[in-house]
Design a protein around this ligand. Structure first.
Ligand code: CO
Ligand code: CO
Length: 320
C-alpha cells in the first residue's frame, strides 16, 4: 500500500518500504546502521502479564529478523483505563519490561492513549553492522528453509475465545510463544543464513512468499514437515479459524500451488497468523541439518527444515 506514496530517496536509508522487509535500516557511519521497527497487537490471551511479554517479544523479533541487536524500546499503550484499571496495565508493562531486559535492551519511555480495546506493543531501535544486515532477499536455489518455532498460535488463541480449547491447554504453550528469537539469530548466522524474516501475521505462506519474491526464486514447502503446536490441526478440523486466514489466503492467490492431497484443514495452517512466531531463514543445504540440531539444542525445540529454494518458476510457492 505504501509503495504508491512518495517517500523521498535518502541514500542512508538502506532498507525502507520499497520492498517487503521486517524493519527499516538506516546507516549512521561507515560500518554501522540502526534498525527501527514498531509493532503492536491486541491481547492474544486475557492474562495481562503474558500479553505484555508476548507483545514485546513480537515487536523485538523484527530487529532479529534483520540481523540486528535491540538497544532500546518505547512502550505503545492503547488501554481502557476506566474499564480495566491501573493494576492490569501495570502487569502488561511488567511483562514487557521483563522481555526487554531479557533482550539486553532498555526501556526509554513510551506513549499511551485511552482506547476501548487494549493494544500493546513496542517501538524498538537496534543496531546492526552494515555487512551483517539480513534481508528477505538473498536466498539461492538449493538452500533449505528453516523455521525455528511451531505454527498455529492464531487458531489456538481463537480456540480459547470460542471455548473449543481450555485456557490451561494454551497457557502451557505461552513460554514458547513469548520466547525471544535472540539466540536463534547467531545460530542461524553460524550456519551461513542468507535470507531471514520472522513469521507473523501473514502466516508461513505469506512470509515465505515475501522471501521468494525478494530473492527472485520459487519455494517448495514440505507441508508434512511443518512444526505445529498441539491441537492446531484438530481445531482447524473442527472448523475453527481466524479473521486473518481468509485475507492471507487471498494474498497468495496466483502465487501458490497446493498439491491436491492436502486436506482443507491442513491447508489452513499455511494461512494461520502467528503472534511472536519464529525466524524463517534460508541456509545452504549442507548446513541445514546441523543448523536445526543446534537450534534444538539451543532451546528452539520446534525447529525444522520446512522447504527448499528452487529456480523461479510459474508459482512462487509450491506446497507438497
Ligand atoms: Co517481521
Ligand atoms: Co512487524
Amino acid at each position: 500500500m505504501l509503495s504508491s506514496i512518495p517517500h523521498g530517496s535518502e541514500n542512508s536509508l538502506l532498507v525502507g518500504y520499497g520492498g517487503a522487509d521486517d524493519a527499516a535500516v538506516y546507516q549512521i557511519d561507515e560500518g554501522r546502521a540502526i534498525v527501527c521497527t514498531v509493532d503492536f497487537i491486541t491481547p492474544p490471551v486475557d492474562d495481562p502479564f503474558w500479553f505484555g511479554q508476548i507483545g514485546a517479544a513480537n515487536a523485538l523479533s523484527d530487529i532479529y529478523a534483520m540481523g540486528g541487536k535491540p538497544l532500546f524500546a518505547l512502550n505503545l499503550v492503547m488501554f481502557p483505563m476506566k474499564k480495566l484499571g491501573k493494576e492490569v496495565l501495570k502487569e502488561i508493562l511488567r511483562g514487557a519490561a521483563e522481555k526487554v531486559r531479557e533482550a539486553g535492551a532498555v526501556l526509554g519511555g513510551g506513549h499511551s492513549v485511552d482506547d476501548e480495546e487494549p493494544k500493546f506493543g513496542l517501538s524498538v531501535t537496534g543496531i546492526v553492522g552494515v555487512d551483517d544486515i539480513l534481508r528477505n532477499g538473498g536466498a539461492l536455489p538449493g538452500d533449505r528453509l528453516i523455521l525455528t518455532k511451531p505454527l498455529g498460535t492464531g487458531v489456538l488463541f481463537n480456540g480459547v475465545k470460542s471455548g473449543r480449547l481450555t485456557y490451561g491447554e494454551v497457557e502451557k504453550l505461552l513460554p514458547h510463544v513469548a520466547m525471544l528469537n535472540d539466540r536463534a539469530l547467531p545460530i542461524l548466522r553460524s550456519h551461513r543464513v542468507r535470507a531471514l524474516t520472522d513469521v507473523t501475521g501473514f502466516g508461513i505462506g505469506g512470509h515465505i512468499l515475501e522471501v521468494a519474491k525478494e530473492s527472485r526464486v520459487s519455494m517448495k514447502l514440505y507441508h508434512g514437515q511443518l512444526p505445529l503446536h498441539p491441537h492446531v490441526l484438530s481445531l482447524y478440523q473442527m472448523g475453527e479459524t481466524t479473521g486473518s486466514n481468509g485475507p492471507n489466503r487471498k494474498n497468495l492467490e496466483g502465487f501458490i500451488q497446493v498439491r491436491s492431497s492436502i486436506s482443507a484443514a491442513k491447508e489452513e495452517i499455511l494461512f494461520d497468523p502467528q503472534t511472536s512466531g519464529g525466524l524463517l531463514g534460508a541456509v545452504p543445504a549442507e548446513e541445514a541439518e546441523k543448523a536445526v540440531d543446534d537450534l534444538r539444542k539451543g532451546g528452539y525445540e520446534g525447529s525444522a527444515i520446512v522447504g527448499e529454494v528452487v529456480e523461479k518458476e510459474e508459482y512462487s510457492l509450491i506446497v507438497e
